[in-house]
Design a protein around this ligand. Sequence first.
Ligand SMILES: [Zn+2]
Length: 302
Amino acid sequence: MKKFEVTVLGANAALPQVGRSTSAQVLNYNENLFLIDCGEGTQLRLDQCKIKRNRISHVFISHLHGDHVYGLPGLLTSYNHFSRSKKLTLVGVSGLQEFVQSVLKISSGYLDYELEIREVPNDTTTLVFESEHLQIFAFPLVHRVPTVGYLFKEKQSYNINPAAIERYSLSIEEMQNIRFGTSIIRDGIELPLQDLTLSIHEPRSYAYMSDTIYSEGYADFLYGLTTLYHESTYLEDLVDKAIERGHSTAKQAAKFAKLINAKRLLLGHFSSRYDKRQVFREEAKEFFEESIIVKDGKTYFI
Ligand SMILES: [Zn+2]
C-alpha cells in the first residue's frame, strides 16, 4: 500500500503561540509532498518536523486570512537560498496572485525558479491535480471570505494476478486496462475482475475543511471519506459566535463526519481561548467516536 499520511505543522486559529502554530499541513502521498495552507512560521515547523521544503511540489491555500497564508511570502523567497530549480505550483482562491505579486513587488523580492499560480472558483468543484494514482479537488467552503477545501482522493487501481496473464494470454494493452478496472471481453463474455487481479485495498481519501461554518452542501461529494480534517474553532456553547465568525464547533465537526460516514475525524483550528484541547474531543466524541484532536508536529495515517 502506498504511503498516504498528513503531518500537522500547526492547528491554532488566528494567531501563533508558544508551541501552537497557525494552520499548515504536509500531505505525503507515495513520497510526493503537498503543503496545505501556510501560516506564519511554517518554515520553522518544516525544519522542526525534518521535512525538506524543496520536496514540496504544490501549495494549496484555503483562503487569504493571515493565519493561513502569512508564511507564504517567506517560504517562496527562501527557496532562492535552497537552490530550488523545480517548478512550484500554488493553488488558491481569487486574490492569491495579487497577494504574492504585491508582497514581492513592495519588498523587491525575486524568485529563481518557476512559480505557477492557479486561482480556482469558490462556487464549484475543480480538479486541481491528477497523477496515475491520485486526484486532488478544490471544493467550496462557507466562510467570511472566499474559501475552498481540498479533497485528496486515491484512484482505484488493481494489481494483476500473474497467473491470469498466462491463463488468459493477456496483451500489454489488456493488462493496462485491467489495472484501472476496465473490463476485458472474450468471445462476448466479460472476464471476472477477481480472476484477473490480486486482492486490493479500498481507495483512501482525505479532506481538509478549514475555515468553514457547518454546511451540508458538499456532503454527497465527500461521502465515505476515510479521514476528515474539520475545523472546530469553538465549543458548542459559543455556536452563535462560530456562525457569526464563519467557523464551526467541535459538535458540528463531529456531526458532519457522521453525516458523510467518514472513518475518522481530525479536529483542528482551535481558538487560543481554550488552554486544553482535550475539551474538543470530549464534545465531539458524543456524536462521533473516532474524533481525534491533532497535535502540532504529529503525523496521521489517512
Ligand atoms: Zn479564516
